[in-house]
Design a protein around this ligand. Structure first.
Ligand code: PMP
Length: 286
């Protein structure tokens, strides 16, 4: 079934959802976005996603042409129009059409809101049982002083270069390190390890997006009386971890069982990973 897509201020048929070739989102990756899940008809962690979108926009000096409440209503309407009760939303704000130069400020009143509510291709269920293999990327995460990783921008080339490294090695994920060699994040997911019963995750200042799934998993872990420590992690810490997992809107919680040929634990997603995945599901579906 053709989708109804929100463009500017209304729903249109998918084939009519078009933007200008002069939109700086196309010319320069200039814009911001969110990927959001819908579980059982409920938009998951909606406020947190909206807050992150408006913060990303503020930092890049992009004025979203709608207030938060009106935008929330538009997202809800798009989900309903597409019957996306268990779906995935892509909420995009482009800089809008300008000219061929870099001047973003001349696009000031041209920003476009695009909302797509569709389904998402999950990893096959089997992979959640067996766990994923990953490799360390040679491509380092953007320096946080050059492009703050908190901005969820439309420019993902840094992550895409790391993803290509993974695909070249026949795995689907790569771990990215920052300019100091500390773990930043996976290509589009946050990193967690477990060592001696304690959960560790890099601070977002190490160069990761402050993941909404990450924040939720930390809350769920604490509720289970598990210790969670944010600290810089090295490649060594990953190699000798007892458990290793990633979190993200699309991936949810997924165990890693091999990094660069080093097997993690007994080669299967560990008990804390499985517990947190279960708690995550219960929370998402509740
Ligand atoms: N890091 C990056 C670079 C991402 O794009 C994402 C979103 N897929 C994440 C981490 C995970 O964030 P969230 O849990 O909010 O989806």
């Amino acid at each position: 079934m053709a989708l109804k897509v929100w463009m500017y201020d209304k729903l249109v048929d998918e084939e009519d959802a078009k933007i200008s070739v002069f939109d700086h989102a196309l010319l320069y990756g200039d814009g911001v976005f969110e990927g959001i899940r819908v579980y059982n008809g409920k938009i998951f962690e909606f406020d947190a996603h909206l807050d992150r979108l408006y913060n990303s926009a503020k930092v890049i000096r992009l004025v979203i042409p709608m207030d938060k409440q009106t935008l929330a209503a538009a997202v809800t309407k798009t989900v309903e129009a597409n019957n996306a009760t268990d779906g995935y939303i892509r909420l995009i704000v482009t800089r809008g059409a300008g000219d061929l130069g870099l001047n973003a400020l001349i696009c000031e009143k041209a920003a476009i809101i695009i909302i797509i509510a569709d389904s998402i291709q999950l990893y096959p269920e089997q992979l959640y049982e067996t766990g994923l293999k990953v490799v360390s990327a040679a491509t380092i995460r953007n320096h946080p002083l050059s492009l703050p990783p908190q901005i969820k921008s439309l420019n993902y080339l840094n992550n895409i270069l790391a993803k290509i490294e993974a695909l070249d090695k026949d795995v689907s994920e790569a771990i990215m390190y920052n300019h100091e060699g500390y773990v930043a994040e996976a290509v589009a997911d946050n990193v967690f390890i477990v060592k001696n019963g304690v959960i560790y995750t890099p601070p977002t200042q190490a160069g990761s997006l402050p993941g909404i799934t990450r924040a939720l998993v930390i809350r769920l872990a604490k509720k289970e009386n598990l210790a969670v420590v944010e600290k810089n992690l090295t490649r060594f810490d990953l190699y000798v971890s007892d458990e290793f997992f990633l979190t993200g809107t699309a991936a949810e919680v997924i165990g890693i069982v091999d990094i660069d040929g080093r097997v993690i634990g007994d080669g299967k997603p560990g008990p804390i990973t499985r517990l947190l995945r279960k708690k995550f599901y219960e929370y998402a579906r509740s």
